[in-house]
Write a protein that binds this ligand. Structure first.
Ligand SMILES: Nc1nc2c(ncn2[C@@H]2O[C@H](COP(=O)(O)OP(=O)(O)OP(=O)(O)O)[C@@H](O)[C@H]2O)c(=O)[nH]1
Length: 517
């Protein structure tokens, strides 16, 4: 027989946020009753001078910051589209989000999403969505040109390695605007857990980006689509966000191709399938700031001319859709073409094609499992370029001498010197050991990050060498050492080198004796 169970009576909350809030409220009420006459008669003024000063300072700081924020010079009549990258680990919902946003802006459904999608989002704004896959090459390339990042996080998983990698890449190549988007929230069944999780992820996101960074929630998915109102909200934010120009982007004009065509004549391909190809890429021309001033003057000058004639004089207007024809491209470019990988056409400033010794202040990433060794090949991403080189690590001693290190030190910066393209100091540098995606992707892939210090024609790094020998004749200031070198040639190489014994005696290698007794 079932026993009649007594319903539990309501228990007043003793702990938790609600209880604390209630207690506070009650206490405040009492205090107010007691100290009615002590109330501040001057309503809306500050009670504490310190608090007043702090608040004033904060307002001034905010205003000053706003004044100093580098403003985008939107000189072009129609600015080029802003590039929005949707980034996140596999299966997080990148494609679903792009499709949802495209539908929100255009009221059209895209069946297949390949490569960048450009659309008009307002009277004065066009936007391009691009999905960033988890190939480290794509992540690096996109980080260099993106204006806004939608960072997708699977709430049921939390932050994954790819997210941290991408944030690390962004940090070295300039930090654009980042908005977080939490997906898979419907996987959490209990409301209480969901709230706690949201809070936890928000705090984590804020520590990674900045306090108060925008985080969106996509709470549910129905018929393979996110909720309309949530997409609407996100879309509105995208349409009104202001973008901050980044150092490298604003000094180096570039374009991101949205289409590639092979223009090589079929006859030449038939003759030699591996012949160099002629391709064309198309995209909107990006103007950057140095040229903007000149363009403004030009435009005023040629305003009265008809468009075709004007183009002959001053070239293509920024923001116009252009088609570039590039001859002599290796055939692999066409054979391995994949639209989901971005093609960026970047320009270099005069002098940047030259090569020299680059000295970089570098630090191995603390999450990177391997240690980096001098003279081991390393793939370096610097400016537009990504190239393989051999790095020599060193530290600067007190006397200014650069001493070679065999391995990168733990947790501290060191100097890395390598032969590479000339780049302006303070440019960010990122190093990876492999671009191969198949090997153990669960590990952190960014090996080291750093900043370009200077360019040199040649570099001198000294190496400490330990040699042993036996002194067999000792005079006041001279000693003859046996067995320190194997051949006279080896000894000749070290002539003039400074030496220091373990006990601290200093000296210099003078010369080798032709016939040691
Ligand atoms: N339950 C649930 N499923 C989701 C959510 N977001 C996406 N999905 C599902 O997850 C699957 C993968 O979504 P995609 O949009 O293809 O993910 P993706 O990030 O583009 O995947 P890759 O391109 O393979 O990296 C799809 O079946 C979606 O329906 C979500 O918020 N909740």
């Amino acid at each position: 027989m079932m026993e009649a169970t007594k319903q539990k009576s309501h228990k007043k909350r003793q702990a938790g946020t609600k209880a604390i809030k209630k207690k506070k409220r009650d206490k405040k009420g009492k205090e107010n009753e007691e100290a009615e006459d002590q109330r501040n008669p001057k309503a809306f003024t500050y009670r504490s001078a310190i608090r007043a000063a702090r608040s004033k300072r904060r307002t001034l700081d905010i205003n000053e910051k706003r004044n100093r924020l580098p403003q985008v010079d939107r000189t072009p009549v129609e600015p080029p589209p802003v590039l929005i990258a949707v980034v996140g680990p596999p299966k997080v919902g990148k494609t679903t989000l792009i499709n949802g946003l495209v539908k929100h802006f255009t009221h059209h459904t895209v069946s297949k999403n390949q490569g960048p999608v450009t659309l008009v989002s307002g009277k004065k704004r066009r936007i391009t969505f691009i999905e960033c896959n988890n190939d480290i090459n794509t992540m690096i390339d996109i980080a260099k040109v993106v204006d806004l990042v939608l960072l997708l996080v699977d709430a049921s998983f939390g932050f994954e390695m790819e997210t941290f990698e991408f944030l690390n890449i962004l940090q070295t190549h300039g930090f654009p605007r980042v908005m977080g988007v939490l997906t898979h929230l419907d996987m959490m069944k209990k409301n209480k857990n969901l709230r706690r999780l949201k809070k936890k992820l928000k705090q984590r996101f804020w520590t990674e980006i900045y306090q108060g960074a925008k985080l969106f929630y996509l709470s549910n998915i129905r018929h393979g689509q996110y909720m309309k109102n949530e997409l609407h909200n996100l879309g509105r934010f995208i349409s009104v966000t202001k973008f901050k120009p980044l150092d490298w982007q604003s000094s180096h004009p570039y374009l991101i191709a949205d289409r590639m065509e092979d223009l090589t004549s079929p006859d030449s391909i038939k003759e030699d399938p591996l012949c160099n190809r002629t391709i064309s890429v198309t995209y909107y021309d990006e103007m950057k700031e140095i040229m903007a001033e000149r363009a403004k003057r030009n435009r005023q000058e040629f305003e009265s001319l008809p468009p075709e004639q004007r183009q002959d004089y001053i070239g293509v207007q920024p923001g116009a859709y252009v088609r570039l024809e590039i001859p002599n491209i290796p055939c692999e470019f066409v054979q391995h073409f994949d639209p989901s990988y971005p093609i960026i056409v970047g320009s270099l400033l005069p002098g940047e094609e030259k090569l020299g010794y680059v000295r970089v202040r570098m630090k191995r990433h603390r999450w990177y499992k391997k240690i980096l060794k001098s003279h081991d090949p390393l793939i370096v991403s610097m400016g537009w370029r990504r190239f393989q080189t051999l790095c020599v690590y060193s530290v600067e001693d007190h006397n200014g001498r650069r001493r070679m290190l065999k391995y990168t030190p733990e947790h501290i910066h060191c100097m890395a010197s390598f032969y590479g393209p000339v780049t302006t100091p303070n440019t960010g540098v990122l190093a990876i050991q492999s671009v191969n995606n198949n090997i153990n992707t669960s590990d952190f892939r960014v090996a080291a990050t750093g900043l370009v210090l200077e360019m040199e024609k040649s570099t001198s790094i000294v190496k400490k060498l330990k040699l042993t020998g036996v002194p067999y004749k000792i005079f006041k200031n001279t000693a003859f050492i046996k067995g320190m070198f194997n051949t006279p040639l080896e000894c000749a190489k070290f002539q003039g080198a400074l030496i220091r014994t373990v006990s601290g005696i200093r000296g210099q290698v003078k010369k080798n004796l032709s016939s040691p007794e």
